[in-house]
Design a protein around this ligand. Structure first.
Ligand SMILES: C[S@@+](CC[C@H](N)C(=O)[O-])C[C@H]1O[C@@H](n2cnc3c(N)ncnc32)[C@H](O)[C@@H]1O
Length: 268
């Protein structure tokens, strides 16, 4: 694991117990009604019953367990030991079986040693990944021939635009950089002022075209690329739940679905 990931891991391990108590994740509500997949991903992945699913960057496991509740056989993967520990406890508390494995997403195929009908990764994932080519190859290696890949993530434009009194301000380059932007705040998208000692995070902007090309280079055939306005599931600067009013005319999320060809040779 490189230095950037080590710093991000320290942040995620520390913030996870706070997320587990947060209103954003509303764990008790989830236990009472264990399906919190958003409308966009629900419509775009369709029926998952009977399918083997690998959920990358699963965090507290709510989406993992939602997929399992809908009939999938699901393995959740996250590099944070705290996330995996909480997700396993939540599986027991909800009575919904799922497997949770601690692994860096870049080495998940080697860690898991099996392939899946669906690789699913959503809402706040690629900003933590520096090496897009390695990430795409890892996703492809997790797919069985004919298996489906699905990504729903924060749109880089939505991540870069900040509301100011004067309107919208672009806070960085849409084309991103090999070097991450480094910030330190006693906060996340779900909590603030919780006394974090590991506040520093290293995050990347990946333009949509580069993400798509990395997946194509890894051997994934693209079915669609969709751009979406914000919804309540993913607070962003463009979100309707943010303090500023939502901006439905700009994309806050994008999704890519693809598949590995039936005749796929092994992914390098
Ligand atoms: C914003 S959360 C994902 C949110 C999730 N979709 C949800 O709704 O709860 C990002 C997750 O990515 C994980 N993560 C970040 N970098 C990772 C890496 N290199 N390998 C595996 N997991 C990683 C973090 O531990 C965290 O749980």
């Amino acid at each position: 694991m490189d230095e950037h990931s080590k710093i991000n891991l320290a942040f995620w391990d520390e913030v996870t117990p706070h997320h587990a108590r947060s209103d954003h994740y509303a764990i008790e509500r989830f236990i009472a009604d264990p399906d919190r997949l958003g409308a966009v991903e629900s419509a775009e992945i369709g029926d998952v019953s009977g399918r083997s699913i690998c959920h990358l960057q699963c965090h507290l496991g709510l989406d993992t367990l939602s997929l399992a509740h809908r009939g999938g056989t699901v393995t959740g993967v996250d590099f944070s030991a705290e996330s995996i520990k909480f997700a396993r406890e939540l599986s027991i508390r909800t009575g919904i079986p799922a497997r949770f494995v601690q692994s860096d997403v870049l080495t998940a195929a080697e860690t898991l040693g099996e392939t899946y009908d669906l690789v699913f990764t959503t809402r706040g994932v690629l900003m933590w990944i520096g090496d897009l080519a390695a990430w795409a190859r890892s996703c492809a290696r997790l797919l069985r021939p004919g298996g489906v890949f699905y990504l729903l993530d924060l749109h880089p434009l939505g991540m870069l635009l900040q509301q100011t009194g004067a309107g919208l301000e672009l806070t960085g380059s849409y084309f991103g950089s090999a070097e991450p932007s480094i910030t330190a705040e006693d906060a996340s998208y779900a909590v603030s002022d919780v006394g974090l000692t590991h506040q520093e995070t290293h995050e990347w902007i990946h333009p949509v075209g580069k993400v798509l090309t990395a997946l194509i280079d890894a051997g994934i055939m693209i079915d669609f690329l969709h751009e979406h306005p914000a919804d309540d599931h993913a607070p962003t600067t463009l979100s309707p739940t943010d303090t500023a009013p939502g901006i439905p005319d700009l994309p806050a999320l994008y999704s890519i679905r693809g598949h590995l060809p039936q005749t796929a040779r092994s992914v390098p």
